[in-house]
Write a protein that binds this ligand. Structure first.
Ligand code: FDA
Length: 395
């Protein structure tokens, strides 16, 4: 064993959580090594937010997270708030803006956030090795022994920050769950979250004329309700409203889409019938919807009558089909396109203050590998920063 291969802390995964943990521990004077099997660090940060990284959300609260243990995330989130990360971004002179709903994006590129993390790691003398898959971990007297690229590393503390299963071609792996299982730490079943829905072939053919249409809706599953945009695609349904509810969806359940979130539709149609009797139904519905959606719906149901000729029954039929419009997805696009992985390391087995395993002292899990998953809009990075910080302060 040589001195060069001994560290206080080894972190597996140079993503958002791993780098935040590394810079925090490094700046406390700990000798930190980060190992990542990918060819460069922070790949998901680079691709996030359409290349502009939605790095946090000003209104992030514990209610923006899903977990089998909803209280778990509170401690870390309250100790490292969005404002702490925003002030770090400002200290680095990174220009940013609010897009909507408290979502903060870089004005330039996501690269700014990766550079910030790397600069902070450098000032903490953190060593980062890419192209470094970890092939074995063992517990030893002084902590842990790891092998990577034929070398052996010793550390007192091991932090698993290897992320979830989404976007395998970006280096995602189930490695963190394997480490947990190796040490008898329970994991909850995983599934893709923040992911588009697919539709069966018949429905897809039926909806093909709407591909590319985007409109604001209320999307609801049994437990989730979001007001955002829906996008019809050639594969099914996408857009922020759909990504949000996908995290609350289970196979076989329907998704209820209210296409008129601001309207008492029955009342509105009755008023229009009275005040604009010579307007055709398609033209009327195209005003709040879009022409393509109005044509699609009228062609399949009521045709294109004058409003004057529409009966109360037809108004009731329209309301019951459009407010909400109920669709049963055939599935999701899965980890290939999902932004996050739901489930993962069971938080009951971790300290909510430090992220340390209750069963294996010295072993920590942070970021997406843990069963804490945020809504769309910068919350997932906020969890990565907060959980990385919580561990980095104590390792
Ligand atoms: P992350 O996945 O970032 O990092 C894990 C690291 O571990 C990777 O570098 C990986 O290579 C490495 N690794 C994996 N297995 C390994 C092994 N066996 N050995 C060594 N290294 C290993 N969130 C948000 O808040 N705002 C946004 O704008 C977006 N946008 C977005 C877009 C897209 C397309 C995706 C897929 C995801 C997002 N997200 C997001 C989600 C966000 O990217 C995600 O929640 C965080 O990156 C999670 O951070 P972690 O550090 O936990 O994992």
């Amino acid at each position: 064993m040589t001195d060069a291969l001994e560290y206080d802390v080894v972190i597996i995964g140079a993503g958002a959580a791993g780098l935040m943990c590394a810079l925090t521990a490094g700046q406390r004077g700990r000798r930190v090594l980060v190992l990542d099997h990918a060819n460069k660090v922070g790949k998901k940060i680079l691709m996030s937010g359409g290349g502009r990284c939605n790095f946090t959300n000003m209104y992030s609260t514990p209610e923006n997270f899903l977990s089998a243990n909803p209280h778990f995330c509170k401690s870390a989130l309250s100790r490292y708030t969005p404002w702490e990360f925003i002030s770090l971004v400002e200290r680095h002179g990174i220009p940013y803006h609010e897009k909507k709903l408290g979502q903060l994006f870089c004005d330039r590129k996501s690269r700014d956030i990766v550079q910030l993390l790397l600069d902070e790691c450098r000032s903490g003398n953190v060593e980062i090795r890419t192209h470094s898959p970890v092939s074995g971990i063992e517990k030893c007297d002084s902590g842990f022994r790891l092998s990577s690229n034929g070398q052996t590393f010793y550390c007192n503390t091991l932090v698993v920050a290897s992320g979830g299963l989404s976007i395998p071609k970006m280096g995602a792996s189930g490695f963190g769950y394997e480490v947990a299982r190796q040490f008898d730490i329970p994991c909850l079943p995983t599934r893709a979250g923040l992911v588009p829905f697919t539709l069966d072939e018949r429905k897809l053919r039926d909806l093909s004329a709407l591909a590319g249409v985007s409109l604001e809706v209320h999307a609801r599953t049994r437990e989730g309700l979001f007001r955002e945009n829906l996008l019809f695609t050639h594969r099914g349904l996408s857009g922020p409203a759909i990504l949000q509810v996908s995290s609350y969806w289970a196979p076989g359940q329907d998704v209820a889409l209210d296409l008129f979130p601001d309207y008492d539709l029955a009342e509105w149609l009755r008023t229009q019938r009275r005040e604009r009797p010579r307007v055709h139904l398609k033209r009327l519905l195209a005003e709040p919807l879009s022409r393509r959606v109005a044509d699609y719906w009228c062609d399949r149901h009521l045709g294109n009558p004058l409003m004057a000729d529409i009966s109360d029954q037809e108004i009731a039929f329209t309301v019951s089909h459009l407010q909400p419009w109920s669709l049963v997805p055939s599935g999701t696009e899965g980890y290939r396109t999902a932004e996050v992985t739901l489930g993962g390391v069971d938080t009951h087995a971790l300290s909510s203050k430090t992220m340390e395993s209750k069963l294996v002292p010295g072993l920590y899990f942070i970021g997406e590998v843990v069963d804490v998953t945020g809504h769309l809009g910068g919350h997932n990075f906020q969890w990565a920063w907060a959980s990385g910080r919580a561990a980095g302060e104590v390792v």
